[in-house]
Design a protein around this ligand. Structure first.
Ligand code: PHE
Ligand code: ZN
Ligand code: ZN
Ligand code: ZN
Length: 305
């Protein structure tokens, strides 16, 4: 039955642990400073040395954008969408996550500006992925609500989020649900063919490739939820490389693929240029393949040779 004090609490990013930054007589008198884009904030009761914290999310509103560019030629009713998120977390510069994917698809787009293809290719640099796939979600939701035929015209979606991790693995999204969630029926038909196309490329250039969860943890989430066949590449984030993976890909076992994931050290030095080149080449090969024919995914065009 000791004295009770009211504390101001600022939790940084939602989900973080809070820190006590002051005391006040009543919660109503509390004003909380804004830190970053959003933060968990609340008041707690200090009672006999224990702190109980009630948290709520307080957000600052900002406007963001998706950047879209598409080829002038190619069948617009069989469009290949290629995306990477352009935003990063506030903690760091976001070079590995996701300067690598953004720069990778920019290089592909620049090269393709000089080519003619069978299918239209649309490049998308998504905004606000880190706040919950907001850019991609908006894009797909807007098509669903306002342009269902436009959604129907998308043959497939290819995603590149983190393709140059320092301790990289050559991971392909498990689009056939063979390695993760075997038999997952929520995976759009055709995603397995996209996974196979990436593995085929790696085999052709003499590189081993592995698989990674096709769970919706990046901008392809809204596309697979809308039943658009999808695929993509990933070199690893906070996960730790296993002995088996070190034997397959090189690099260091027992170390995270990207030790600077979502932190201040995700700067220009946080890229493995060798891995980035291998993955960007694979991305380019598969984009070009589907710009030529999507036969293995949706039966449109001639079988790929
Ligand atoms: N989407 C995650 C991020 O931006 C990275 C990630 C991509 C994780 C793909 C898993 C699979 O932080
Ligand atoms: Zn991220
Ligand atoms: Zn990312
Ligand atoms: Zn698979």
């Amino acid at each position: 039955a000791g004295a009770t004090a009211v504390l101001i609490f600022n939790g940084g990013a939602p989900g973080n642990e809070g820190v006590v930054i002051g005391t006040l007589g009543s919660p109503e008198a509390t004003t909380l400073p804004t830190v970053g884009l959003s933060y968990a904030a609340g008041v707690g009761l200090l009672d006999a040395g224990t702190v109980t914290v009630r948290t709520e999310t307080v957000s600052e509103l900002r406007t963001t954008a998706n950047v879209l560019a598409e080829t002038r030629t190619g069948d617009p009713e069989n469009t290949v969408v290629v995306g990477a998120h352009l935003d990063g977390v506030t903690e760091g510069a976001g070079i590995s996550d996701n300067g690598t994917g953004s720069a990778g698809i920019l290089a592909i787009a620049e090269a393709m500006a000089k080519t003619r293809t069978e299918n239209q290719v649309r490049f998308a640099w998504w905004g606000a992925e880190e706040l919950g796939l907001l850019g991609a979600e908006h894009y797909v939701g807007d098509l669903q609500d306002n342009d269902p035929e436009g959604l129907e015209d998308i043959a497939l979606y290819l995603n590149f989020d983190m393709i140059g991790s320092p301790n990289y693995g050559r991971f392909v999204y498990d689009g056939d649900a063979s390695a993760f969630d075997p038999g997952d029926t929520n995976v759009p038909e055709g995603s397995g063919a996209i996974e196979a196309a990436f593995h085929e490329h790696f085999a052709q250039v003499g590189l081993t490739s592995g698989e990674t969860e096709f769970s919706g943890r990046s901008d392809y989430g809204p596309f697979i939820a809308a039943d658009v066949p999808s695929g993509g590449l990933f070199t690893g984030a906070e996960g730790v490389k296993t002995e088996e993976q070190a034997a397959l890909f090189g690099g260091q076992a027992g170390v995270a693929y990207d030790e600077c994931y979502h932190t201040a050290c995700d700067d220009l030095s946080n890229v493995n240029l060798e891995g980035m080149e291998q993955m960007a080449d694979a991305a380019a090969a598969v984009v070009l393949r589907y710009a030529t024919t999507t036969h293995d995914v949706n039966g449109v065009g001639e079988p790929y040779k």
